[in-house]
Design a protein around this ligand. Sequence first.
Ligand code: SF4
Length: 308
Amino acid sequence: MEIFLANPRGFCAGVKRAIAVVNQALEKYGAPVYVLHEIVHNTHVVGSLADKGAVFVESLEDIPSGSVTIFSAHGVAKAVEDRAGELGLHTIDATCPLVSRVHRRVARLNKIDYDVLIIGHKHHPEVEGTYGRAHGKVHVLSSPEDIEQLDIVDPGKVGYVTQTTLSMDDAGRLIDQLKQKYPKIDIPDRTDICYATQNRQSAVRELAKKVDLFLVVGSKNSSNSNRLREVASNLGVRAYLIDTADEIDPAWLQSTQKIGITAGASAPEILVAKVVARLRGLGAARILEMEGTKESTRFALPVLPDFA
Ligand code: SF4
């Protein structure tokens, strides 16, 4: 059996930044530091930070007044920021700068009285945050049916944004449908689907031609990891999303010669190494790193304030 490692894979710049923000906050302020939602969607990352003293909550109301509170990489609605202020929380924003860029576009479109269309998964934290940045007409669209049913008062004043971690293929089809329905729709200067999502999906698309099984390392609630599994699966390759090496079922390897491995943007490389080690134990003899797009995107860390 041979293993082919997709490139690029694993952590993106936004995830590295968000994790570094929590680590630095723990160093500067001491434990506990509260984080609203999972800082990134990965069980291992969240567990490691919790071990150091980060407390993950789903509601601001669960955080004691005066506590240091970090907003996750997915971003939050303006109302959440405001509520945190009312509750006397000391907030730090770990929103990925590429998500913040989408927030700014939503605000700009609303400012010129456009309807904002958000293409994304309803109830995903990023989409809820982006929705909550609108101060005018806003709609979330997840399917062709949503677009069919959409009724805009002025079709000449409409623009769209997308969730950053969508499937490029699925989003492309929905955008084409929108362009047909609203020929004057305002189009972003560049796609909102981030560089990391695009690069990881392209790498899977290439590698899927060579392999007969694909393993995607990532947590079940990770949007971009799920999309990677779908990309491989849509190309006819058996594909599984696994959080850890323990989830590999040896039955998957029967009559398998070539295994592709990638990792979602929130999955650390240590988990990939453990998957490779387990597969070696199950008979994999050769490991090959694939060529891929080199990524140089880095995001500066925010300066952590001295809270009085
Ligand atoms: Fe930012 Fe993209 Fe990473 Fe999300 S996947 S944190 S948008 S770089």
